[in-house]
Design a protein around this ligand. Structure first.
Ligand SMILES: NC(=O)c1ccc[n+]([C@@H]2O[C@H](COP(=O)([O-])OP(=O)(O)OC[C@H]3O[C@@H](n4cnc5c(N)ncnc54)[C@H](OP(=O)(O)O)[C@@H]3O)[C@@H](O)[C@H]2O)c1
Length: 379
């Protein structure tokens, strides 16, 4: 019963995902769980459940399969695999990516759903970053860069575009991170510093970083010759309504971000004190969409939105222009800083992480065979 959000339409009945393999991060609760359920209803053939708690993952798998057998008696259940992924730990992200590359030959869809919200007092991950920053942003950026070549290969082999859909939030548009950052200070050092921590702002800040990274990466994937970050030309590729069947599209991997609106999960209130929990519950009762409705927008981003959504933020099901601040000179500088610092951070993780000598992260950019190497941090 969402009084303040506009109504949202269900997924069209002709959308089918038979033959597809999808990875969903954070499938054990909320939107992630229902995303798996709806992917199964659409006939998705293989589902990879990427969970930080493996035993919870097996339970989730059991529940999904038993529900499916009741609902769709005559339909073959998808093949399911539970894999460990803790976004609070860079080593775990790298092991997960390695396992995917060696065990899952084709990945058609990667849904970056796992995330944390308002976690209360400042907590540091074992890598030393504030936990919201690492979970929502840094680990997802690392995961995308680790798996991108695999999704590009999958697209080549299947001759079908693959898709990365990242869960964002409209709160990113309200973030004051860039304004609060003093000149010359590093973004991540600023965010890891307890003095600058605000539970109220942190979630929106990490979603802004995610948006900037996603949209910059998409531009770099599309551009030939390479785009300057000053170039704010919108992505005007031809509309492609069904995932990946138009030869007018040049990207082998489409990456987009979706915000499903305020959804009635316990995400927003699970770490709050009781009195605040009760207020949020009232707000959710009055204003939130159901989880099922929220997932309709996720499925739209995954299975319906095409090249027009590449690098874009989908508010429910519609492309929304970038936050206006990002087109100002300061905004452009900030965008550039986010990209540069992220690539440096990821370069560092890859040289000091799990494997000392990880191959350099080169991925091909269609249509020209251009290569981005984060170690060189080229912009
Ligand atoms: N709910 C909303 O109103 C709303 C609105 C806009 C966007 N979103 C976005 O939608 C996504 C899902 O939200 P939700 O409401 O479904 O949240 P949720 O019910 O709290 O579920 C979060 C999921 O993420 C997993 N997760 C948390 N930390 C993790 C980590 N370190 N490594 C791996 N997995 C981790 C959780 O696993 P465990 O079961 O192990 O905790 C759980 O499966 C988030 O990215 C959120 O920002 C939500």
């Amino acid at each position: 019963m969402a009084f303040f959000l506009r109504p949202i339409t269900p997924t069209a009945s002709n959308i089918r995902l038979s033959g597809k393999t999808a990875i969903v991060t954070g499938p054990t609760a909320g939107l992630g769980f229902d995303t798996c359920r709806q992917l199964m209803e659409l006939g998705c053939s293989t589902l990879i459940l990427a969970c930080r708690d493996i035993s919870k993952g097996f339970k989730t798998c059991e529940t999904l399969l038993s529900e499916h057998s009741v609902r769709a008696k005559n339909e073959k259940p998808p093949s399911m695999k539970v894999m460990e992924l803790d976004l609070g730990d860079f080593n775990s992200v790298q092991s997960f990516a390695d396992k995917v590359k060696s065990e899952i030959p084709i990945v058609d869809i990667l849904i970056l759903n796992a995330g944390v919200g308002f976690v209360g007092n400042l907590q540091l991950s074992k890598d030393g970053h504030e936990i919201t920053l690492q979970t929502n942003y840094l680990s997802n950026a690392l995961l995308v860069l680790e798996l991108l070549p695999h999704l590009q290969q999958s697209a080549l082999q299947t001759r079908t575009q693959t898709k990365i859909t990242w869960l964002g939030s409209r709160s990113a548009y309200e973030s004051n991170l860039a304004r609060n950052l003093s000149v010359e200070s590093s973004i991540f050092q600023h965010m890891d510093d307890p003095k600058n921590y605000s539970v109220k702002d942190r979630y929106a800040d990490t979603k802004l970083l995610s948006y900037i990274f996603m949209s910059t990466l998409a531009k770099r994937l599309s551009s030939s010759p390479p785009l300057s970050l000053d170039d704010d030309t919108p992505n005007d590729k031809n509309h492609n309504n069904q995932m990946g069947f138009s030869d007018r599209n040049t990207e082998s991997v489409i990456i987009n971000m979706v915000c499903p609106g305020l959804i009635a999960t316990d995400f927003t209130y699970k770490h709050l004190p009781l009195w605040a929990k009760l207020l949020v519950l009232l707000l959710l009762f009055l204003a939130a969409r159901t989880v099922e409705q929220g997932v309709w927008s996720i499925i739209n981003a995954v299975a319906v939105a095409g090249a027009e959504s590449h690098g874009e933020f989908l508010l429910d099901k519609d492309v929304k222009a970038a936050p206006p601040f990002l087109s100002t000179p300061n905004g452009k500088r900030f965008r550039q800083q986010v990209w540069k610092e992220t690539m440096m951070q990821i370069g560092k993780i890859r040289t000091t992480g799990l494997r000392q000598s990880r191959p350099s992260l080169n991925f091909h950019i269609s249509p020209a065979e251009k290569v981005i190497d984060p170690a060189r941090n080229s912009i």
